[in-house]
Design a protein around this ligand. Structure first.
Ligand SMILES: [Ca+2]
Ligand SMILES: [Ca+2]
Ligand SMILES: [Ca+2]
Ligand SMILES: [Ca+2]
Length: 394
């Protein structure tokens, strides 16, 4: 009989495993296995069997909980371990030959008792994108598409709980919890609106969601909520009315006034169409999209005529919800600009000056009036050939 060689005394220095449930047998990673290094020297039939046993352990009550199958090395759990009593067992396992020459080998087996709740919750998706209209009332469920046809379902699972059962997780938002809230129970959770939205103020919300099982937290998931536009703004003119003076030398097609109404809605809801509703007498037209009022083709403006145009600005929202407002443009036709010269309010001004008056002193303020409010320049036309007086332009 050949002499057994030196055995691997360490077997395995450490066998750790996770004790996750009350299943029996207990999984050991890596499996308990001793290797007889004589194996290659002996025919299989002559090989001695290996007998496994637990030599010692801490705490001593280990024997109430664990037994090791002597031939298969399968570790069995005899009864559930209360984690309040035991968090860990340290066993020493012995393997020896079954041939009268025991030559034992030893290994440490460390058993860690995990909590029943040892899995963190997790979201099925890494991010979610939801949609809601700014016209939605408080309590509306956030939708999964821009057509708002189906609600956005958020699913977080916890492997400590069967997939078909509500894992009863608590969800929390890192921000905007005053705007959105998560439904409180169920495998599928939904976001609802807590306060009214205004797309014109904020058209998108980004926040993170956490799921907690009371002990462990999920990896945060990114939520993006897009606020869809509703036609809730009316096109508005800056002024209730506009006063325009035209001159008879103005040509057909020339710009009288460019109107611009403001509508802060998006897309067609904010697109404006202009129309003259009344008062143009066929003499003025407006560009539907530009808001530019021009003199109509083949029209000659006559002095003294006046017009009061009612102009409407209407947005292009869905027909039943279109919004509009009006303004009035008053137009007066004046003689050609060059026929209306500036004039002084008085025909004549008189003043007396002392010979002691210092150079540069102001003697008189003259103010001419131009009907069209064109800029006026002043000159001394005659009467001061020696240049004693100067006119200062303001
Ligand atoms: Ca858990
Ligand atoms: Ca709004
Ligand atoms: Ca609008
Ligand atoms: Ca809007």
């Amino acid at each position: 009989m050949s002499k057994p060689k030196q055995r691997d005394k360490t077997l395995n220095s450490l066998l750790g495993f996770s004790f996750q449930n009350k299943a029996n047998p207990v999984n050991v990673t890596p499996p308990i296995q001793a290797v007889d290094q004589d194996i290659n020297l002996q025919p299989p039939s002559d090989r001695p069997g290996i007998i496994y046993s637990i030599l010692i352990g801490k705490p001593q009550s280990y024997a109430e909980y664990f037994s090791l199958n002597a031939t298969t090395a399968e570790l069995l759990l005899l009864k559930p371990v209360d984690r309040e009593l035991h968090r860990r067992f340290d066993l020493v396992i012995k393997a020896e030959q079954d041939n009268g020459h025991p030559l034992p080998a030893f290994a440490n087996l460390q058993i860690e008792v995990l909590d029943e709740n040892n899995q963190a919750p997790y979201f099925l998706e890494t991010s979610y994108h939801g949609y809601v209209s700014e016209a939605s009332p408080v309590g509306t469920t956030i939708a999964t598409t821009a057509s708002l046809s189906a609600p956005l379902a958020i699913v977080a699972l916890d492997n400590d709980v069967e997939e078909t059962r509500d894992p009863q997780l608590q969800f929390s938002l890192d921000s905007y919890s005053n705007v959105f809230s998560v439904s409180a129970t169920g495998i599928r959770r939904y976001l609802t609106l807590v306060q009214p939205l205004d797309r014109e103020t904020q058209d998108s919300y980004k926040f993170t969601l956490l799921a907690s099982d009371g002990v462990q937290q999920s990896i945060p998931v990114t939520m993006t909520i897009t606020v869809l536009d509703a036609n809730d703004n009316t096109p508005t003119f800056a002024n209730v009315s506009y006063n325009i003076n035209l001159f008879t030398d103005m040509m057909s097609g020339e710009t009288v006034l460019k109107l611009a109404a403001v509508d802060s809605d998006a897309g067609p809801n904010g697109q404006i169409t202009y129309r003259i509703l009344a008062g143009d007498q066929g003499h003025f037209v407006i560009g539907n999209s530009t808001g530019i009022i021009t003199v109509a083709p083949t029209v000659d403006l006559t002095v003294g005529r006046s017009y009061a145009l009612t102009v409407e600005a209407m947005d292009n929202g869905p027909v039943p919800q279109r919004r509009s407002s009006i303004t009035t443009v008053y137009i007066e036709v004046l003689p050609p600009n060059n026929q209306s010269p500036p004039h002084f309010p008085r025909q004549q001004y008189n003043l007396e000056i002392s010979e002691a008056m210092r150079t540069g002193a102001t003697l008189l303020n003259l103010q001419a009036v131009d009907r069209e409010r064109d800029p006026v320049t002043y000159n001394i036309y005659s009467g001061d050939s020696r240049g004693h007086f100067a006119l200062q332009q303001k």
